[in-house]
Design a protein. Structure first.
Length: 308
């Protein structure tokens, strides 16, 4: 287990380093500058601001300084938002995106796992075809289409939610439903595959041969192992729900980190863009690491398979 954990941790460090490097140089080689839209700024003021942010140094030196600062957890001032540190922007806006992601993950699991298990227990029947067809439609439905549809039905027609903005936790329900329903479709299909595979395993046949009831076979023996494909999906899914919520945040005008990220990319704010990407990269790596450890805890054979 220890060797497996160290191996995964080393892989995560390499991934974060690669993400940081690729993002930094892509932004630096892209045309424009953080001050391209500020035409009224005098040249000497722009030169002073560039010098204060280290933008007048050679590219390799800029990269090394930012990499060293990022490794120490010391994020620079934003290139665009004067006087604001990248860490402060992330600290203020990330909790909103985190709430949306956690609520959406709960929606995905609460809907997807029961539906997938129900369909797997009735294979090749109408009870299997209907939910899986709906799940396929859900996978194909983009969030920027589902979001306005939910807003039209639940907010404008029924008046259950506000259309946009963020005033309390209740206003996060619509964005969370938008993200959660799409991912619930994926979870349902993965759960069905995992349950069908588990029900055909030898230990399930042994339990049935011993006279164990079908309910006990499903709940006590099959369910835990059938969730392995879902657990494998949870790492990138959770990161995607939290980091990829910028579309939903834009649709519902939620002041999360996604809106700052989009603004940073448009305005060529290298400090904020690299900081957000690195932050999400660490978040993804840590969460995937925890999911891998949980998978090995459920099925210890995985650690030996990875070693071989």
């Amino acid at each position: 287990m220890l060797v497996f954990a160290l191996h995964r941790l080393l892989q995560g460090v390499v991934v974060v380093f690669a993400i940081f490097t690729i993002t930094f140089f892509l932004l630096r080689f892209a045309p424009g500058s953080p001050y391209a839209t500020e035409r009224s700024m005098p040249p000497h003021i722009e030169a002073y601001r560039r010098a204060s942010l280290g933008l007048d140094k050679p590219l390799v030196e800029q990269y090394w300084l930012r990499l060293k600062a990022m490794a120490q957890g010391d994020m620079d001032l934003s290139d665009k938002y004067q006087g604001r540190y990248v860490a402060d922007i992330i600290r203020d806006s990330f909790p909103v995106s985190l709430q949306i992601g956690v609520m959406a993950l709960g929606v995905a699991l609460l809907i997807g796992i029961p539906i997938g298990a129900y369909a797997a227990l009735r294979p090749n029947s109408l009870d299997d075809y209907v939910p899986m067809t709906l799940a396929m439609l859900g996978i194909c439905l983009p969030t920027f289409v589902l979001g306005p549809l939910l807003a039209l039905g639940l907010a404008l027609k029924l008046g259950m939610f506000s259309v946009s903005g963020w005033y309390d936790t209740w206003d996060l329900v619509l964005p969370s439903l938008t993200l959660g329903i799409v991912n619930a479709a994926v979870v349902a299909r993965l759960m069905r595959v995992g349950m069908l595979d588990t029900l055909n395993q030898d230990f399930i046949r042994t339990a049935r041969a011993k006279g164990v009831s079908e309910r006990a076979v499903v709940w006590k023996h099959a369910l835990k192992h059938a969730c392995l494909p879902v657990l494998n999906f949870l790492g990138p899914a959770t990161a995607g729900l939290i980091a990829g919520s910028f579309v939903v945040e834009s649709v519902f005008q939620v002041p999360g980190l996604g809106q700052h990220f989009v603004s940073a990319v448009v305005n060529r704010d290298v400090s904020l863009t690299v900081g957000v990407v690195a932050f999400y990269g660490v978040f993804v790596v840590v969460f995937n690491f925890l999911v891998d450890i949980l998978q090995v805890w459920i099925n210890p054979r995985l650690s030996f398979e990875n070693r071989s």
